[in-house]
Design a binder for this molecule. Sequence first.
Ligand code: FAD
Length: 337
Amino acid sequence: MRVAVIGAGIVGAACAWHLARRGADVVVVDDGGAAASGASFAWINAAWGNREDYAHLRMAGMEGWHALAPALGDAAARRTGSLSWDLPDDALAEAARVQPGWGYDVRLVSRAEARAREPLLRDPPPHALLAPAEGSVEPEAAAAALLGGIERVRGRAVAVERGVRLDRGHVAADHVVLACGAGVPALAATAGVDLPWSAPSGLIARTRPVAARLSGLVIAPDCHVRQRPDGALLIGSDFGGSDPGADPAAVAGDLVDRARRLLAVEAALDGWTVGRRPTPGDGHAVVGPLAEDVSVAFTHSGVTLAPALGRMVAAWAVDGRLDPVAVPFGAARFAAA
Ligand SMILES: Cc1cc2nc3c(=O)[nH]c(=O)nc-3n(C[C@H](O)[C@H](O)[C@H](O)COP(=O)(O)OP(=O)(O)OC[C@H]3O[C@@H](n4cnc5c(N)ncnc54)[C@H](O)[C@@H]3O)c2cc1C
C-alpha cells in the first residue's frame, strides 16, 4: 500500500514512521516552508486544564515518546519531570486531586521539596505540582530520526487527487495523510472538508548555554523555562510562547530578565524563534479519517501528541482500525456542529 504523508514536521514524521512500521510504502511530501515544530517549546505533558478524554490522548502521546526511545537514540524525548505553579492554589489542588484518578502521576509538593528538586529557584513557591512523567524533546532532531530511510519529495501540495497534486507534478498514492500543520485546512478543503482553525504566533527566547542545570521543566506564573541538552534555556511567557508584538527583540529580552528573576543563573539572550501554532477550532486535535482514502493529523500540542497521532493514523490507514482514544477527535465533529 502506497501512502503519501504531507508534512515533515514532528506530526508528519511520526505518521510516516508508524506507517512504515506497519509495512506501508511511504513517501513524505514537504515544501520546506515554515514549521511550528522548530519553534516549539516542546513540553511533553498532559498538564492541568484538559477534559478527561483529551488528557488520555495526551497521555497516549507521552507513552508514545517513551515507546519510541529505542528507535530515536540520542534524539529520544527526556522524561525530566516538571514543576508547575502557574495556577491559583485551589486550581493546583484540584489538578492534584482529579488527575491521579485518570491514571496521571501528579502530586502537590511543598516549598522544601520544590527547593530540593530545583535548587536554582530563587524563591520556590509554597506549593507546586510535580509531574514526573513529563519532559521534552528536540522536535527537529526527533523528526529527522523518524524520517531516516523514508522516501522524501520536495514540493508544495495543492490538492488531494488520486494521491497528491503538487504545484509542479503529482505523487500517486492509495492513501493520503494530511499532517502538514497550518497547511492542513487548505488541503482538507480540496477533499471536501472544512476544518475551523487559527494559528496564533508564539515567541520563545533562547539563552546562551548556562553551566548550571535544571532538573526538569519549570512552569512558573511569570515564565515557562526548559533547558536543552546543550545548556541553553528556552523561555516563553507560557508554553505556547509570547506574543511577539512589534518588537520581538524586546519581548525576548524581557523573557530572559524574567528567567533571571526566577532562577539563579547568569543567562544571556542568544536569539528567539517565532512560530505559528496550528490550532483546530475547538482547541483539540483532529485525528483519523477525513475522506475516502484520506486521513488527518492536525493539532496544537503536536509535540506531545505526535507519537499517538502517528500510531492512530497508521492503524486506521493500513488496518482500518480506529483507536478508541481517537474516536472523540474525528473531523466529523465539525460537520455535526
Ligand atoms: C511557540 C510555540 C510553542 C509551542 N509549545 C508546545 C509545547 O510546549 N508542547 C507541545 O506539545 N506543542 C507545542 N507547540 C505546538 C507544536 O509545536 C505544534 O503543534 C507542532 O510542532 C505541529 O507539528 P506539525 O508537524 O503538525 O506542523 P509543522 O511543524 O508546522 O510542520 C508542517 C510541515 O508541513 C509543511 N507544509 C505545510 N503545508 C504544506 C503543503 N501544502 N505542501 C507541502 N508541505 C507543506 C511545512 O512547510 C512544514 O514543514 C508549540 C508551538 C509553538 C509555535
